[in-house]
Design a protein around this ligand. Structure first.
Ligand SMILES: *[C@@H]1O[C@H](CO)[C@@H](O)[C@H](O)[C@H]1NC(C)=O
Ligand SMILES: *[C@@H]1O[C@H](CO)[C@@H](O)[C@H](O)[C@H]1NC(C)=O
Ligand SMILES: *[C@@H]1O[C@H](CO)[C@@H](O)[C@H](O)[C@H]1NC(C)=O
Ligand SMILES: *[C@@H]1O[C@H](CO)[C@@H](O)[C@H](O)[C@H]1NC(C)=O
Ligand SMILES: *[C@@H]1O[C@H](CO)[C@@H](O)[C@H](O)[C@H]1NC(C)=O
Ligand SMILES: *[C@@H]1O[C@H](CO)[C@@H](O)[C@H](O)[C@H]1NC(C)=O
Length: 241
């Protein structure tokens, strides 16, 4: 059997696996993330101090609050599940990858970490350069939170979602990625960016929009992934494809 034949078999196997591989390839590595939110709290949030400042909505932040209901908030903790349409005027600035009544008390894990690991930075940089070719960007810092198989309240462990939010910056430009790998429920869930004033926001879906297909949606032509540039007062890059 010649080598060419063997490599053709591998090529065919690779093509056959693309469908599932694409889904697995959506998430950046998180299995050994440095921390996970407490499983004992229905409304749990943690404060995280950054090692690099993160420009967001025209300001710069050195910390955030991670709320298990699918929110990252800035300046103060805001940890509720109530979902409303954006813009939410007068709220704290927040990033909502999947804002809903997530319930990791029942099952699932929430992993988060900040990192300057060079392999990870190179990987995130490569993707962002693809989506924003007009921006010269090389990530110096990333923050990744992953909700891993988390059901809803009161819910059932068998109906669970896996998704991820990624923050990346070089200190000047900053980006947010949402990755929807497995979405088995979406009751009243809403996703987007809300600066807290009425001009800077973007909303992916309506809370009751059942036709919104999370794992198939994208603004960067990669099913399940959304990417935004977020350092200016208005988020950029929101063209659905
Ligand atoms: C790069 O990131 C993708 C997710 O976008 C992941 O599937 C892949 O394993 C990563 N590669 C490396 C070398 O870490
Ligand atoms: C976590 O790290 C340990 C030790 O390096 C390794 O054995 C394990 O496979 C890793 N788990 C995941 C989910 O990556
Ligand atoms: C990477 O992060 C570690 C931990 O915060 C820090 O000690 C180190 O200086 C950072 N390296 C670079 C190149 O920023
Ligand atoms: C997936 O997305 C593509 C491109 O937007 C669209 O044409 C297709 O109908 C979608 N499929 C489903 C099942 O929603
Ligand atoms: C979303 O779109 C994907 C790809 O077209 C499809 O496989 C999946 O069934 C759709 N999900 C829902 C809930 O319609
Ligand atoms: C919204 O916030 C941005 C950034 O802080 C600011 O430039 C803009 O003037 C604000 N708009 C309103 C209507 O407050």
């Amino acid at each position: 059997m010649d080598l060419c034949y063997i490599s053709k078999i591998f090529l065919l196997a690779y093509i056959a696996l693309q469908g599932t591989a694409a889904k697995n390839g959506l998430l950046y590595e998180y299995g050994n993330a440095t921390d996970s939110l407490s499983k004992n709290e229905d409304y749990g949030s943690v404060a995280i101090k950054f090692t690099v400042n993160f420009p967001l909505f025209g300001n710069t932040y050195s910390s955030l609050y991670l709320c298990n209901k699918g929110l990252l908030t800035f300046t103060a903790s805001y940890c509720v599940y109530a979902t409303a349409d954006f813009p939410i005027k007068g709220s704290v600035p927040f990033i909502a990858p999947f804002w809903a009544d997530l319930y990791n008390v029942l099952s699932g894990d929430i992993y988060y970490r900040q990192s300057n690991d060079s392999t990870l930075l190179a990987n995130v940089t490569k993707d962002i350069n693809k989506y924003f070719p007009e921006v010269t960007f090389s990530a110096k810092w990333v923050f990744i939170t992953t909700w891993d198989k988390v059901p809803r309240f009161p819910g059932a462990a068998s109906q669970a979602n896996t998704f991820q939010v990624v923050l990346a910056t070089d200190g000047t430009s900053s980006f947010v990625l949402f990755n929807y790998a497995i979405i088995q429920w979406s009751f009243l869930a809403v996703a987007g960016l809300n600066s807290g004033n009425i001009t800077g926001y973007y909303q992916l879906n309506k809370p009751k929009e059942i036709s919104f297909n999370w794992t198939n949606s994208s603004n960067v032509n990669y099913p399940g992934r959304w990417a935004f540039k977020v350092d200016k007062s208005q988020p950029e890059g929101m063209y659905e494809s």
